[in-house]
Design a protein around this ligand. Structure first.
Ligand code: NDP
Length: 393
């Protein structure tokens, strides 16, 4: 019998379950590139349900308890007196989500001698100290591709929201106004803009494909160049480094993983090398930017807008300056947790647990760390050099 410690975001303040806006969600069977969606033996939920919060339990309780395991679900994740730290010493499996991350630092891993599997219900395991996990022989897995398209759609939405000045215009309506000049004094068409994507992986490529019909000039930088036919098809301009890209575009959209090469990449120096009035959308990780340099650039007008859904830490303090900085269109970390995405990452979490408890191999594409080394997707996306996951601290 194993103890599974699952950290999920709190229930809606209006109560659980919610009144659902729709009765079903579309059935998606595969991802671009051919990977199939999660395929567990059974589902303990109806797709479209709210699963990522405490009462949603990722639909796992019945399955785990029927197999004799103990499931503890909590949102109380920070500090030495948290429920998370209370249950950590005898937990064999920890499940967490990037939206409400239970930071598995080296110190916490040292307090978890029974821990064998750290599972991310979603994508992005930088809240786990991967070097410490490697040393402790812990397997780290995530549900690769489960919410990549969800994030891509959110990024496109936030680019449009900034460039067209959507949220301030909406606010005039809510406030009873009809202030057209106030709305449009910062509104532009996206058409004709130079838009640059940093990292053309699963999410970045999905954004490129979604933006191509807007008749923008698409640019990208990635450590690995895309095949020539893709560059031609989408009419992409490749840049050999970040500096070249950011000085050539009006909008920068970030989709790189957080690792030592991207940590605090967007500092005052880089931002000041951008065109005046550029926009940044960042749904990758907040720590890719320097928090206060973003605020300063918005105040001076060097940046015309900043949006994204990733913060550090999460949740951010009530006085986090990104809540009140000018020309922002931030959301909480929600892009990858739509009801559509939840159905996929909850099913993927169950698939990984089924394989783990049956001592079957976990799909290679879900693995980040296994057998004391980076593995699968982790071997491609992370580096083990003592600073594999700066966000974990
Ligand atoms: P992928 O692994 O598919 O793509 C990442 C790409 O980044 C790869 O092509 C990789 O190239 C490239 N890359 C790595 N290092 C750099 C660098 N220094 N500069 C430029 N490019 C680089 O990841 P996804 O597209 O699935 O996700 C990207 C990130 O988005 C995740 O790491 C995660 O942090 C974030 N994310 C956010 C979510 C949210 O809810 N907001 C949800 C899901 C993910 P190579 O293959 O050569 O290493």
């Amino acid at each position: 019998m194993a103890k599974i410690l699952c950290v999920l975001y709190p229930d809606p303040v209006t109560g659980y379950p919610p009144v659902y806006a729709r009765d079903s969600i579309p059935s998606i069977t595969g991802y671009p590139g051919g990977q199939t969606v999660p395929d567990p033996d059974a589902l303990g939920f109806t797709p479209g349900q709210l699963l990522g919060c405490v009462s949603g339990e990722l639909g796992l309780r019945e399955y785990l308890e029927a197999a004799g395991h103990e499931l503890v679900v909590t949102s109380d994740k920070d500090g030495p007196d948290s429920e998370f730290e209370k249950h950590l010493p005898d937990a064999e499996v920890v499940i967490s989500q990037p939206f409400w991350p239970a930071y598995l630092s080296a110190e916490r891993i040292a307090k978890a001698p029974e821990l064998k599997l750290a599972l991310t219900a979603g994508i992005g395991s930088d809240h786990v100290d991967l070097d410490a996990a490697i040393k402790a022989g812990i397997t780290v897995a995530e549900v690769t591709y489960s919410n990549s398209i969800s994030v891509a759609e959110h990024a496109v939405m936030q680019i449009l929201a900034l460039v067209r000045n959507y949220l301030p215009s909406h606010q005039w309506v809510v406030d009873g106004g009809w202030n057209i000049a106030d709305c449009v004094e910062r509104a532009y068409d996206l058409e004709g803009f130079d838009v640059g994507i940093i990292a053309a992986g699963r999410i970045g490529q999905a954004v490129l494909r979604r933006l191509a019909p807007f008749d923008v000039n698409l640019h990208y930088f990635d450590t690995r160049r895309l095949p020539e036919e893709v560059e031609k098809e989408l009419n992409l301009t490749y840049h050999p480094d970040v500096q070249s890209l950011v000085s050539s575009v009006d909008v920068v959209d970030i989709h790189a993983p957080l690792h030592p090469q991207t940590y605090h990449l967007f500092d005052a120096n880089l931002i000041n090398s951008m065109r005046r009035g550029s926009y940044i959308v960042n749904t990758a990780r907040a720590e890719i930017t320097v928090r206060d340099d973003i605020v300063d650039a918005l105040r001076t007008g060097q940046l015309a807008g900043y949006a994204g859904d990733v913060w550090f830490p999460q949740p951010p303090a009530p006085d986090h300056p990104w809540r009140t900085m000018p020309h922002e269109a931030m959301t909480p970390h929600v892009s990858g947790s739509t009801l559509s995405a939840q159905a996929r990452y909850a099913a993927g979490t169950r698939e990984i647990l089924e394989d783990y408890f049956a001592s079957q191999p976990i799909r290679d594409e879900y693995l980040i760390v296994a057998g004391g080394a980076l593995a699968g997707t982790g071997a491609a996306s992370y580096t083990a050099d003592g600073k594999a996951s700066p966000g974990a601290e």
